[in-house]
Design a protein. Sequence first.
Length: 66
Amino acid sequence: MTTYVLRHGQTNYSRRYLVNGDPTKPIRLSEEGRRSLNRGWSSVPLHSVKTWLASEFPALGRPPTS
């Protein structure tokens, strides 16, 4: 079994070493965060992933589609 761990991308909030523990507070990804997310999605073989685990934080964006 192979396990992939992806974390959130950079936000202007996290760039200042701040942590948001409130899922109702919408904090968007920075440009660097969006680039990192795209690199992560393009490197994971999505067709082979059988189980996804995610936090209760809403997805404020979607991975790129092929």
